[in-house]
Design a protein around this ligand. Structure first.
Ligand code: TYM
Length: 344
C-alpha cells in the first residue's frame, strides 16, 4: 500500500518533544541535569512538549504498589517544581493514556527478538538470571518506542544511557514504514546534548549516577536537604592534584571531570569556562563552591516539590487534564495505525 493509494491522510510532522522518566524511586541529580533541566529548556514556542511519568516501565521490575503511586505523583511534582508548566507542556502518567500499551502491542509484533537481546540495559538489569526477568523488562524498548511514536514526536531529549533505546525506536519506525510501504512514523531525533548527558557516581567516576546504586553517598537526590548535599559533595571521591586550567588535564581523572561537569551544567557554562575560573584551586575550595551552587539550585526545587505533594488532588487534576490533551493527539494516530495494519 502506498501513501497516495491508501485512504489514510498524509501526516505532517510538527516539532513535538516527548520524553519520560520512571517513577522507580526518587529523582537524582543525573535525572535533573541529564533530563529535566533540558526538558524545561525545550519548553518554548517552537515545540509542543509532552513529558511522561512512565509508571508502566517502572513495573518491569517489582514495585511496592503504595510506593509506586507515591513516586508517580512525586515525579510529577518534581517536573513542575523544576519549571515544567502544565499550561505550556502536557504532563502525563503513562498508565492513564491506554493508547501507549495499544501501540506497544503492534510494535511487539514489528520488533525482533534479536533486537531486544542486544539491549545493554536489559542485560544489565536482568543480570545473570535473565530467564527470571519479567517479559515486560525484555520488551521494554517497544513500549518506549510506542511512547514516542504515538505522538509522532520528532525530538526526544534524554541522557546518554538511552541512546540504544532510541536507535531501536528508529528501527521500529523504519521497519513499520517499510513493511506497510508507508511514510507514517517519523524518525525521531535523539537530543543528547550538553555536558550533563552522563553524570557519574560521586564515589566512582567510571559508573553512572543512578537511583539503583546501593550507596546513597554515590548520588545527590532531589529530596536531599542542604546539609546532606554539602556532606555528599564534601565526601565525593577526588584525587590529590589541584584542578587544571584546561579540560585536557582532566582526561584521566574521571571523578574530577565529573565534578567540573556538574558545576558547568548547574551554572549553564562550558567546562572549559569553569576551569578558567577554578583552575589551580584545591578540591576543598572547589567543593565548597560546588555545594553552594547545587544547594542554590536544588533546595528551592525540593521545597516546592514538598509543597506540591501536600495537595495530591491538584497533582491528580494536572495529570488528568494532561491525559485528556495527550489522548486527543494519540487517539487519531493510533486509529490510523490500526487502519494501516488492517484493523478497519
Ligand atoms: P530513566 O527513568 O532511567 O531516566 C530518566 C532520564 O534521566 C536520564 N539520566 C541521566 N542523565 C545523565 N546522567 C545520569 N547519571 C542519568 N541517569 C538518568 C536518562 O538518560 C533519562 O533521559 N527508558 C527511560 C524512560 C522512558 C523514555 C521513554 C525516555 C520511557 N519511555 C520515551 C524517553 C522517551 C528510562 O528508563 O529513563
Amino acid at each position: 500500500m502506498n501513501r497516495e493509494s491508501s485512504n489514510v491522510s498524509k501526516t505532517t510532522f510538527t516539532s513535538r518533544v516527548f520524553s519520560g522518566i520512571q517513577p522507580s524511586g526518587g529523582l537524582t541529580l543525573g535525572n535533573y541535569l541529564g533530563a529535566i533541566k533540558r526538558f524545561v529548556a525545550m519548553q518554548k514556542p517552537e515545540f509542543e512538549t509532552i513529558y511522561c511519568v512512565v509508571d508502566l516501565h517502572a513495573l518491569t521490575v517489582w514495585q511496592n504498589p503504595q510506593e509506586l503511586a507515591h513516586n508517580s505523583r512525586e515525579l510529577c511534582a518534581g517536573f513542575i517544581a523544576a519549571g515544567l508548566d502544565p499550561n505550556k507542556s502536557i504532563l502525563i502518567r503513562q498508565s492513564q493514556v491506554p493508547e501507549h500499551t495499544q501501540l506497544a502491542w503492534i510494535f511487539n509484533c514489528i520488533a525482533r527478538v534479536g533486537w531486544m537481546q542486544r539491549m545493554t540495559q536489559f542485560k544489565d538489569k536482568a543480570g545473570k538470571n535473565s530467564q527470571n526477568a519479567s517479559l515486560g523488562l525484555f520488551c521494554y524498548p517497544a513500549l518506549m518506542a510506542a511512547d514516542i511514536l504515538l505522538y509522532h514526536a520528532t525530538h526526544v531529549p534524554v541522557g546518554d544511557d538511552q541512546k540504544q533505546h532510541l536507535e531501536l525506536t528508529r528501527d521500529i519506525a523504519s521497519k513499520f514504514n517499510h513493511d506497510y510501504q508507508i511514510d507514517f512514523f517519523p524518525i525521531a531525533k535523539p537530543v543528547i546534548e550538553g555536558d550533563a548527558t552522563r553524570i557519574m557516581s560521586l564515589r566512582d567516576g567510571t559508573k553512572k549516577m543512578s537511583k539503583s546504586e546501593p550507596s546513597d553517598m554515590s548520588r545527590i537526590n532531589l529530596t536531599d536537604d542542604a546539609d546532606m548535599i554539602a556532606h555528599k559533595i564534601r565526601k565525593a571521591k577526588t584525587d590529590p592534584e589541584p584542578l587544571p586550567m584546561e579540560i585536557v588535564g582532566l582526561e584521566n581523572r574521571p571523578e574530577a571531570l565529573n565534578l567540573v561537569q556538574i558545576y558547568a551544567a548547574l551554572s549553564d557554562q562550558s567546562p572549559e569556562f569553569v576551569l578558567q575560573d577554578v583552575g589551580g584551586k584545591t578540591f576543598s575550595e572547589f567543593k565548597k563552591m560546588l555545594a553552594d551552587l547545587a544547594i542554590a539550585e536544588l533546595v528551592p526545587i525540593s521545597t516546592e516539590m514538598k509543597r506540591l505533594m501536600s495537595d495530591i488532588g491538584e497533582i491528580d487534576h494536572i495529570l488528568c487534564s494532561g491525559a485528556e490533551k495527550a489522548r486527543s493527539i494519540a487517539s487519531p494516530i493510533l486509529q490510523e495505525t490500526y487502519e494501516i495494519v488492517g484493523m478497519t
